[in-house]
Design a binder for this molecule. Structure first.
Ligand code: XIL
Length: 366
């Protein structure tokens, strides 16, 4: 914690003299700190992709060397109508990556959520198959030379490890997963291909995930890695299961990534990250509007420190750690699963100032 205090003191002095960008440059950089270990990524929203705030751009470029679009490459946005694609912001993202030397992970080709609304009007197999084929071919094909990787399939599993009932499973059958990998590989042969999910570090879902990966491999399609989203809860990080998962997934010959890391500090009555699961607004669910209490701040720092310690222990298997948002202010957890909360799940506060958790993580490499 003394490292935190030292940097805070420097930061406060610089802030008082108005040198805010100076402070941003004076704090350690995550990507540099872990450059020999794994990539450090962030999710980017439209404002960040479009570089609307130069200080934010500077901050992102200093801290991260990988990025995932938070929303703009999801099918509802990139493929809004049957025969219409919208590549405006996705193209900007790819340019952003090239300009700033940030590797882009495409997110995501086949997912049951944030689908275009026209899908709801389709009730036959042929049209779903046509959508599926055209979508992958067009989107993966467009970025074949300037994207590093794709989350080819996202969240295809239930908690018990069985396949989730989705429009793809319903119409195309379970072979749709291997087929998505085959089509993406065909459209973008040099891009890494991943399966991504939440709670797939938990034993039952992990077993289903391993099964899914083996089926893709047996089909002859390539799969390069598995993403564990990592939407966890303060004081309740499943360290043992995470370690076991790193080992088991790596044993299949896959790279292991933590792809959407954030740590919930507010009350919630379920775990995981099913975007369709919501809770009603209630002031008791939003207890820290005036700031995060010290004890929670300390627990958050301890959790992040232990997590990164584990990632470092397995750095030969873990290739990337991506946070789901740059700072607490951008986090989706301010709006999900309860609207309008004040959440604190990341390493940087609403002004991009490092939190104690940041210094705990950085301190592992001192
Ligand atoms: C979330 C975004 O952060 C929100 O802005 C959006 O409203 C819903 O989706 N798992 C995923 C991500 O794979 O795409 C989700 O992102 C969070 C859960």
């Amino acid at each position: 914690m003394s490292l935190y205090k030292t940097f805070r003191a420097v930061g406060t002095t610089l802030l008082m003299t108005g040198v805010t960008t100076g402070f941003a440059q004076s704090i350690p950089s995550l990507k540099d700190t872990f450059k020999n270990d794994f990539g450090i990524g962030t999710a980017l929203n439209n404002s960040q992709i479009e570089e609307r705030d130069p200080a934010m751009t500077q901050f992102i470029v200093r801290q991260f060397n990988m990025a995932t679009p938070e929303n703009v490459m999801k099918s509802a946005l990139i493929h809004p109508k049957w025969d219409t694609y919208d590549f405006v912001v996705p193209d900007k993202l790819v340019d952003f990556g090239k300009k700033h030397n940030i590797k882009i992970n495409g997110h995501t080709l086949i997912w049951h959520s944030q689908l275009p609304s026209f899908i709801r009007g389709i009730h036959n197999k042929d049209s779903i198959q046509t959508f599926f084929n055209d979508h992958i071919k067009t989107v993966a094909g467009r970025y074949k030379d300037n994207i590093f990787s794709w989350d080819v399939v996202n969240e295809a599993l239930n908690e018990d490890g069985t396949l989730r009932k989705t429009v793809f499973l319903d119409y195309l059958g379970e072979g749709y997963i291997a087929e998505a990998f085959r089509l993406t590989q065909q459209a973008a042969p040099n891009v890494e291909l991943y399966y991504n999910d939440y709670n797939n570090e938990q034993p039952a879902k992990r077993a289903g995930c391993i099964n899914l990966i083996k089926k893709v491999q047996a089909s002859g399609a390539r799969i390069d890695g598995v993403g564990i989203q990592g939407h966890w809860h303060v004081g309740k990080i499943p360290f043992k299961e995470i370690e076991e998962s790193i080992l088991q997934y790596a044993a299949l010959g896959l790279k292991v990534m933590f792809t959407e890391l954030d740590i919930e500090v507010l009350p919630r009555n379920f775990q995981g990250a099913d975007v369709n699961q919501r809770m009603g607004v209630n002031p008791s669910l939003n207890p820290y509007t005036a700031g995060l209490p010290d004890d929670v701040q300390k627990q958050l720092a301890a959790d992040y420190e232990a997590l990164f310690k584990l990632f470092l222990k397995h750095k030969d298997k873990v290739t990337r750690v991506t946070f789901w948002g740059v700072n607490d202010g951008n986090s989706w957890l301010n709006g999900w699963p309860v609207r309008g909360r004040t959440n604190y799940p990341l390493l940087f506060d609403r002004n991009n100032q490092p939190k104690p958790a940041f210094y705990s993580v950085i301190g592992l490499k001192k």
